[in-house]
Design a protein around this ligand. Structure first.
Ligand SMILES: [Zn+2]
Length: 322
């Protein structure tokens, strides 16, 4: 006489992602099941669902007399602790300042936002974000005439150059120190947006069509950390458009970015060309099923190099022992 209701696909995807497609107790990745914590199989609220491996799922359904029994309280405690830990880790590793905090400045390459979509970031800036940013950096950028009190960029003295030479960027319209101030300020805004809004961090384990289709919605902010393919247009003058994509298991993230927003020649000709591992912060514009593939069309906010993925970090102690 089961009145059990199927778990809605969106809820399944959200719960699996929140647990990093891992058992919330032992972090195993195979044989995963969604367990109803209060044993009510029709209570499909995300807070009542825990991702468990086969072994822990069996244990949660075993009624032993012993105190070792995996009770409802235990499972709930493990779920909350693991999800919070993972959420914090994802945010930390998606930001420059968080990554530096974990790995220190001695880390072989310091993470850096090499591409910043200044106009898009400016649209998101609120009083709260402007007040949260490092005030020394904010005040000196205002005094230098780089931005106004709302963080919006004031056009540089050589604006002509950045619009008419193909290798020139928004930074080239400022003098050297002003350009550095601008880059540091907008990098800080980028980190703040991540801390404040918590993007959906897309790991390798999320690249499944049936999962992503339900997990993502237009308007979602995502952080994708992977190998990307970059292809530049060949126009002679003006900034170049770069088409960017990454794919796995017939899931593909696509967007374009202008070289005008890249920080220096190294970013244009090296960091964001060919095939490179990059962290991309982007808004989802639409999802499209095409030729058996799921295309996620995005609009980028920032791209960085020198980041570590959450999965790399979780696996770190084990791989170092090996
Ligand atoms: Zn387990």
């Amino acid at each position: 006489m089961s009145t059990r209701l199927a778990i809605p696909r969106k809820v399944q995807s959200d719960v699996l992602h929140a647990s990093g497609h891992r058992c919330c107790i032992c972090q195993k990745v195979s044989g995963l099941q969604l367990h109803h914590i209060n044993k009510n199989n029709s209570d499909n609220r995300p807070e009542n669902l825990a991702v468990l491996c086969q072994e822990h799922h069996d244990e949660a359904h075993t009624n032993r007399e012993m105190s070792k029994n995996l009770t409802e309280t235990h499972v709930r405690k493990y779920k909350i602790a693991w999800e919070n830990q993972l959420d914090q880790l994802r945010k930390t590793l998606s930001t420059c300042n968080g990554t530096r905090e974990i790995f220190g400045d001695d880390y072989w390459i310091s993470p850096m936002w090499g591409y910043l979509n200044h106009s898009r970031i400016a649209q998101i800036l609120t009083r709260e974000l402007v007040d949260l940013v490092d005030q020394d950096l904010m005040q000196s950028s205002i005094q230098r005439g780089v931005v106004d009190r709302n963080g919006l960029i004031l056009s540089g003295p050589n604006d002509y150059q950045s619009q008419h030479f193909c290798s020139a960027t928004i930074y080239d319209s400022f003098n050297h120190l002003d350009a550095i101030a601008l880059h540091r300020l907008y990098s800080a805004f980028s980190d703040l947006i991540i801390w404040r809004f918590g993007p959906k961090v897309i790991d390798a384990s999320d690249f499944k069509k049936s999962h992503l289709r339900h997990f993502l919605r237009p308007g979602n902010l995502v952080s994708v950390q992977r190998g990307f393919y970059f292809r530049q247009t060949e126009n002679e003058y003006g900034p170049r458009e770069v088409s960017i994509r990454t794919f796995k298991n017939r899931c593909e993230f696509r967007f374009t970015a202008s070289t005008q927003n890249m920080y220096g020649t190294t970013s244009i000709s090296c960091s964001f060309s060919g095939h490179k591992t990059v962290t991309a912060l982007a808004f989802v514009k639409s999802l499209e099923d095409k030729d058996g593939k799921l295309l996620v069309h995005c609009s980028p906010l920032a791209m960085g190099i020198g980041f570590r993925t959450t999965e790399e970090y979780i696996n770190l102690p084990y791989s170092e022992e090996a």
